[in-house]
Ligand binder design. Structure first.
Ligand code: HXC
Length: 510
């Protein structure tokens, strides 16, 4: 018996070494942890159970039969994060550069199937060189199997991708079909084709960092949702994120204990909105003052900063926050902001996370750049996402709600459940100056007259009461009581049940 126990220990020790000590050291020298070290940090201590540690590839081409390494470049299994079950796979760069073979893909799909069947989230840690070059079509087939499962699980269980090294070729499309992508600054990059191919095909000279580093994907392409300084910070933030997310689309949101009273009054909110309607203020101050313990997990914090999206809790329950940011482009809705918020709203709706919307929006951004870039369709994405969402939707208009953007931002007309306005709200077709310049074009040469017209328009429309008189606003509330109002509304809406008409699926303007 001792012999077989020793043999098990020996085989485990060999497998745990992956591609060997020298490659582990090379990984560390680059500031990266190994796949197993990462998973240990991500999961609760001692909770990770590894599967398929002894799996080896079956390739016999290019002398591959002589180089078999147990695990075959990916570490898979399950464990818990703060006590809740999570499935995980981590590409092991020390084994064939983490490249994907037929058997490597089978290990991933086994975990994907288990996660879906058992309705628990799955996290993938990427650090790999794409398809195993020696395997050819077997590797391509493997990718296809992974992609299919990403799609089938979409909207059923949360799927998170974390890019912690190279992620190229076939490896990029699985993350792209998951709910969120996170990257590590300086050590990770993502692209379909690398700098060498780019040079050959387009004659462009570009570095890996310039082509697909964390900065590019969190500020330009919006492929990644956030980036962190190093492996450790990234993994700890993933643990924090998982505490906000439901296990699946039917489980309901997690409930965490909180000491923050639901009826907490924030007097400073009464002076948050400046008297001058053109002066900005930071909408994040409002978010932090309203949510439980000022704990806000922002999504896409460096892209389309004119809209803020992220997770928070009210009375311990997860909510999604969408808020126009007057500090950036006056909070205007443009194509990027619309796409960013639409995707976030849809995530919340898939997973039954109530949505709280703070509105201060001067309208859609005019101009050829926006129109040529498809503003109509991108804006429609957000309108579509809010309209189809059946989760509880609470809206608070703090200041401007102008034009089409008023309708889009979770208005009553697209099934906002509770629509509040602060007394500083201005709900109108457009700002007073713009309106007067159109209505009284003939008087434009007379500044006195125009000023009087602007004052007149402002008095008539720059308030929440015209909308409140029609029932478009349920109540005009004191800013200091915003948290209490939202908590009460969320409780009131807890059993909300709305069904959209049966359909195979909708046809959102992609
Ligand atoms: C087999 C690979 C590999 C691969 C890397 N390795 N990529 N083995 N298949 N795709 C091996 C290397 O031979 C090396 O082995 C070890 O991993 C580490 O790689 P290095 O090149 O030494 O590391 P580094 O300098 O850090 O460069 C990393 C890299 C580079 C940028 C990822 O390895 C690279 O460019 N790899 C190829 C990328 C690629 O073109 N993949 C195919 C994409 S096509 P040793 O034994 O020396 O340690 C694709 C199509 C699928 O994926 C489409 C499906 C839809």
């Amino acid at each position: 018996m001792t012999n077989v126990l020793d043999e098990l220990e020996r085989r485990r020790a060999v497998a745990r070494l992956g591609g060997g000590q020298a490659r582990i050291e090379a990984q560390h020298k680059r500031g990266k942890l190994t796949a197993r070290e990462r998973i240990e940090l991500l999961m609760d201590e001692g909770s990770f159970e590894e599967f398929d540690m002894y799996v080896e590839h079956r390739s016999t081409d290019f002398g591959m039969e002589k180089t078999k390494i147990p695990g075959d470049g990916v570490v898979t299994g399950w464990g818990t994060i703060n006590g809740r079950v999570v499935y995980v796979f981590g590409k092991d760069f020390t084994v064939f550069g983490g490249s994907l073979s037929e058997t490597h893909a089978k290990k991933i799909t086994k975990i994907q199937d288990m996660a879906l069947q058992n309705r628990a989230p799955i996290i993938g840690l990427f650090d790999a060189g794409g398809a195993r070059i020696q395997e050819g079509v077997a590797a391509l087939g493997g990718y296809g199997e992974v992609f299919l499962r990403n799609v089938l699980a979409s909207g059923v269980i949360p799927q998170i991708s974390v890019i912690m090294g190279p992620c190229a070729g076939g490896d990029v499309y699985s993350p792209a079909m998951t709910d969120f992508i996170f990257m590590v600054k300086d050590t990770s990059y993502m692209f379909v084709t690398g700098p060498d191919v780019v040079k050959t095909v387009t004659n462009e000279t570009v570095t890996a960092e310039e082509l697909g580093g964390a900065k590019v994907h969190t500020t330009k392409s919006s492929i990644a949702d956030r980036a962190y300084e190093n492996d450790v910070e990234t993994l700890l933030q993933m643990r924090r994120l998982m505490d906000f997310l439901p296990a699946n689309n039917k489980s309901g949101v997690p409930v965490l204990p909180t000491r923050d009273p639901a009826d907490r009054i924030e007097m400073s909110l009464d002076t948050l909105v400046p008297a001058n309607p053109n002066q900005p203020y930071d909408i994040k101050e409002l978010i932090l003052k309203v949510v439980d313990e000022a704990d806000f997990f922002e999504i896409q914090d460096t892209f389309a900063r004119n809209i803020v999206t992220g997770f928070a809790r009210m009375e311990g329950r997860t909510v999604g926050i969408v808020a126009n940011q007057p500090m950036v482009l006056a909070g205007v809705l443009d194509s990027d902001a619309s796409r960013k918020a639409a995707r976030f709203v849809r995530f919340c709706d898939c997973f039954e996370i109530p949505i709280i919307t703070f509105v201060d929006v001067p309208g859609f951004l005019p101009g050829t750049a926006q129109e040529y870039g498809g503003l109509i369709k991108h804006g429609a994405k957000l309108l579509f996402a809010y309209s189809e969402a059946t989760v509880p939707k609470i809206t608070v208009i703090t200041r401007k709600a102008y034009g089409g953007a008023y309708d889009v931002m979770s208005s009553k007309h697209i099934r906002g459940d509770v629509n509040y306005a602060w007394p500083s709200a201005e709900i109108a077709v457009m700002g007073a100056k713009g309106a007067v310049e159109i209505l009284y074009r003939a008087e434009l040469g007379d500044p006195e007259k125009i000023k009087a017209r602007i004052d007149e328009y402002q008095k008539a429309f720059a308030n929440p009461f015209v909308a409140a008189e029609r029932g478009y606003i349920d109540e005009v509330i004191m800013p200091h009581g915003t948290r209490r109002r939202i908590c009460r509304s969320l409780n009131m809406l807890q059993n909300k049940s709305v069904q959209n008409p049966w359909k195979k699926h909708d046809n959102i303007p992609l």
